[in-house]
Design a protein around this ligand. Sequence first.
Ligand SMILES: Cc1ncc(COP(=O)(O)O)c(C=O)c1O
Length: 369
Amino acid sequence: MKVRSELTQVQPYQPGKPMEELRRELGLSHVIKLASNENPYGCSDHVKRALEAEIQMISRYPDGAAYQLKQAIAEYYGVTMEEIIVGSGSDELIGLVARTFLQPGTATVMATPTFSQYKWNATLQGADVVEVSLKNGTHDLSAMLAAITLETRVIWICNPNNPTGTYVNHQAVEQFLQQVPAHVLVVLDEAYAEYVTAEDYPESAKLLATYENLLILRTFSKIYGLASLRVAYGIGSSSLLQWLERVREPFNTSRFAQAAAVEAIRDQVFVDRCRKVNKQERDLLQARLEALKWRIYPSQTNFLLIQLSEGDDDLAWFDYLLHQGIIIRPGTPIQAPGTIRISVGLPEENQRVLQVIEQRRLPTSSKME
Ligand SMILES: Cc1ncc(COP(=O)(O)O)c(C=O)c1O
């Protein structure tokens, strides 16, 4: 067999270790997963009721155009339905962008470290991937601008950035957009936007009227708590989206995903509650981890990236925590060696992970307890 040459450049995606797998491997009854930035509080009760009702329609194809969901999203943002595309997770939308714009001979610019799927999709398309290092833990927008060439088709800004949790503000994004040539699409991946409390975080939807080359990606997988349903959306000009629609699968989101997402976006009380408690818990986690003399990236999200001490091995920390029944994300496979990424969990989960970390990091003080 002779596969496409691009396939030799990529590896299958390595997700956060599933809880079921660790339970099986270690024979544990209880496992804490803090590896995939999921919402530990689940989802809105309205979503659960909508899912139950949708079971009646299980034998019928979903609405490929996701009319009701687009209507709910359009209402929420004050945009038209033609400015919305719905995807099976933002993973799919990232893939659609790559399939629409990237091919051999083109280039794409992204930060490093950042969310791995931009590079994976671009590499599969055979495009040149230009990676620009973060500066002080955030996107270096001027270096990214300088990396643009005539071949550049797409620039990816993960805001807040995964894995650092850091963000670029409204003014910086607007100044950046002013300087990006019109032939280059700017993708603002805002998967964690609903967790942000910083007041100068971009109001990116307001920029759409001026910049036709802007695509905003949002997901229902994070604060809305629908990760297993696979549903997300993009907002951009209708002239841009009509191209993405040409590469979208006809029934890319299920009935369940659409019905759930309609209720999810309408229940902003749930979202506000999750944002608030997440910040409280994140601040607590951060303070205790900093007391261990670790540097923590300033996060606006539901995860923290921890810079370990010199010579400390992230894979060893991952293994240690795994054997205590806690799954986190080591930095090595996500281009951030020497770091570990921990999602903010339930209060009792956060207490447990801190206790286990302190036991290894402060062996003498834990003996005294
Ligand atoms: C920055 C970012 N974008 C996109 C995704 C993909 O999310 P989903 O495909 O579940 O919408 C993730 C998931 O972790 C992410 O961190």
